[in-house]
Design a protein around this ligand. Structure first.
Ligand SMILES: [Fe+2]
Length: 292
């Protein structure tokens, strides 16, 4: 699709939002070239201050907003509508902070987020790891929007044969999902080695265009046994299983009309996410008509 098409499709729900475009470590004085919301983007560091700089290109007079936070460089194309969401676990002593890399996916950012929020596919797509037949039931859970406008699913529980690299046996795993902004989601799940704590898995989706995404994955874990390669490899296995499923979902833009796809009580978070995007009047990467 043409750049002009994407420019036309931009809406106020995304132009003032923060997006991850890279790990902070990858941004140096030599510009990194990528795309964001259908626009070309160059990101580099001011050699004297070390601050990140983002612009359509190195010679362009226009500057976007750029900040380093949680190990990533975030860019907003217009004045940010609010401060970036909080992630206190990032600074918690004892947690391993592991960047699992960025996965290219040929689908919309909302499709990637919705898949991340869906427990129902675990026994089928991640058999032997995040789920296993006959443990296919998604028990009822609670969904709410908090005072900051973030979307939460709480009291989720699922039986998992190997919930994390650190899990030796199958276990009932407690899940909490948090969607602080449309294209970012966090998962807080039982930490196999630290029962009083939750491991955090963060998914920050960079929309290259409406139907092309880069999924940046961060883990904040308690695990003193596995090395980074083993922990990253675990997530690569999971994402490798999700990628072909995601790329085969049609339409690639997420339909916000909840009647467009069959829903069950297991889909409560997916339905809530679509309704939440609708109330934000998001149009980027979604289908807002019910004509299909
Ligand atoms: Fe999955």
């Amino acid at each position: 699709m043409s750049d002009a098409h994407h420019r036309a499709a931009l809406d106020t729900a995304v132009v003032g939002e923060w997006f991850v475009v890279s790990t902070t470590a990858r941004i140096g004085v030599t510009p990194l070239r990528t795309r964001l919301l259908g626009r070309p983007l160059a990101v580099w560091r001011d050699p004297s201050t070390g601050e990140p700089i983002a612009a359509p290109d190195i010679g362009a007079p226009q500057r976007y907003r750029a900040i380093d936070r949680y190990g990533y460089t975030w860019v907003s194309l217009a004045a940010p509508r609010r401060a970036l969401f909080t992630l206190p676990q990032y600074a918690q002593p004892g947690r391993r902070l592991i960047d699992c890399g960025a996965f290219g996916v040929h689908t919309s950012a909302p499709r990637v987020i919705e898949n991340f929020l869906d427990m129902g596919h675990f026994p089928y797509v991640h058999a032997g790891i995040l789920g296993e037949e006959p443990h296919t039931e998604v028990k009822d859970y609670a969904v709410h929007e908090d005072e900051n406008g973030e979307l939460w699913a709480t009291d989720c529980a699922f039986w998992q044969p190997r919930a994390a690299a650190a899990a030796d046996t199958g276990m009932d795993v407690d899940y909490t999902y948090r969607v602080p902004q449309p294209f970012c989601a966090l998962l807080y799940k039982t930490s196999p080695r630290m029962p009083a704590e939750r491991d955090v898995i963060a998914l920050f989706v960079q929309p290259l265009s409406e139907v092309e995404s880069r999924a940046h994955l961060l883990m904040l874990l308690f695990d003193d046994e596995h090395d980074n390669t083993e922990l990253v490899s675990f997530q690569h296995t999971i994402f490798g299983q999700d990628k072909p499923i995601l790329e085969n979902q049609l339409p690639k833009r997420l339909p916000l009309d909840v009647r467009a796809e069959v829903s069950t009580s297991a889909d409560a978070m997916s339905m809530a996410y679509r309704r939440w995007l609708k109330t934000k009047r998001l149009s980027y990467g979604v289908e807002v008509t019910s004509s299909r």
